[in-house]
Design a protein around this ligand. Structure first.
Ligand SMILES: NC(=O)c1ccc[n+]([C@@H]2O[C@H](COP(=O)([O-])OP(=O)(O)OC[C@H]3O[C@@H](n4cnc5c(N)ncnc54)[C@H](O)[C@@H]3O)[C@@H](O)[C@H]2O)c1
Length: 324
């Protein structure tokens, strides 16, 4: 299949491109490089440098390259930044997504996989969270993804599109080629490993949450397992929107992640506790029963040790992240 991946120069997109190519698909990366890396783009993939808001360029690429499916990952992803600059998130994530959808309609491309997020559940009423549970985002980042899902619910049937929204829980881990290198990095595992590598202080935000050790709980999913969910979603043919959680169904507290990282790396962390951070959810753990049942998804790298171990190997091989 000929697949265009918006945001394919980013963390998760670069691994999805690796896996698309490994499975024999053709991959085109469409990325502004605002927050991605040229060096994360697989040499066998074509890179188009552009904003998703540039509908004319995007539609032209979809037509010229006879694209059959789009994986739309391009977005801004920082919860804290979304709280201080919500307009940026609605412009980039909502307006940007609408332009991707309109370019697909213009070019007659029918298959879309959309990167959604567990952040749209807010503080859930129960865990594990199921897809039809209440959505009540606690930050504009989650709200921006929920708005796109709501648009897609109407647009998909109106235009006969096959749309799969994958609500990722916390992507983590690395391949030999690609790992997590956001600037600034606000995600826990890369920050823990950087602190392990450099000895720098490691900030733990919030120790008074109603959880077993007072720190937030998250469900970590290996980026390779997440990539497989996209490949399976590309095989859907029925028109309309389907929404799937993608997570392992097991929650770990921030302190548990830090303890595992100390064990895996053999380093002692210099942990500094701080007050809660704006917009953080207390606990998110997925029920992935629906994607297992409908698409036959089976995570292959589920253990926290394996996830942190792969990220540690990448971090050690790339102590300065990507060069470009
Ligand atoms: N990392 C996670 O744990 C996680 C969890 C849930 C959902 N997601 C979603 O997965 C997707 C990818 O996340 P990531 O961690 O790889 O992020 P990332 O920042 O590493 O990658 C995003 C990429 O999108 C590009 N981009 C952003 N805005 C663009 C625009 N307007 N036009 C063109 N390119 C643009 C950036 O340059 C970057 O390369 C995002 O949609 C994010 O919301 C990520």
């Amino acid at each position: 299949m000929r697949v265009l991946v918006t945001g394919g120069a980013g963390y998760i997109g670069s691994v999805i491109v690796e896996e698309l190519l490994r499975a024999g698909h053709e991959a085109t990366v469409y990325d502004s490089l605002a927050r991605g890396h040229i060096d994360a783009v697989h040499p066998a993939a074509k890179l188009i440098c552009g904003m998703v808001q540039d509908r004319a360029l995007l539609a032209q690429q979809l037509r010229e390259r006879s694209i059959e499916a789009v994986i739309h990952m391009a977005a801004f992803i920082e919860v804290g930044e979304s709280v201080s600059r919500p307009e940026l998130y609605f412009q980039n994530n909502v307006v940007g997504s609408l332009e991707v959808i309109r370019a697909m309609i213009d070019a007659g491309v029918k298959n879309l996989v959309f990167s959604s997020t567990a952040a749209l559940y807010g503080d859930p009423e129960r865990v594990p969270i199921q897809e039809d549970d209440v959505t009540a985002p606690t930050n504009p980042y989650g709200e921006s993804k929920l708005i796109v899902e709501r648009m897609l619910r109407w647009i998909a049937p109106a235009h006969g599109l096959t749309v799969t929204a994958l609500r990722y829980f916390n992507a983590a881990g690395a391949t030999a080629m690609n790992g997590e290198a956001h600037t600034p990095e606000t995600h826990l595992i890369p920050n823990v490993l950087r602190a392990a590598l450099t000895g720098a202080p490691l900030y733990l935000f919030g120790t008074d949450y109603p959880t077993k050790d007072g720190t937030c709980v998250r469900d970590y999913i290996h980026v390779l397992d997440l990539a497989q969910a996209h490949l399976l979603a590309l095989g859907r043919t029925d028109a309309g929107l389907q929404i799937y959680n993608v997570g392992n169904g097991e929650g770990f507290t921030v302190r548990e992640v830090m303890e595992t990282a100390q064990r895996v790396t053999g380093r002692t962390l210099n942990i500094v506790t701080e007050p809660r951070r704006a917009g953080d959810q207390i606990a998110t753990v997925a029920s992935a029963a629906k994607i297992r049942r409908d698409l036959g998804w089976q995570p292959q790298h589920a253990g926290l040790d394996a996830i942190i171990g792969s990220a540690w190997a990448w971090q050690q091989a790339h102590p300065a992240g990507y060069q470009r």
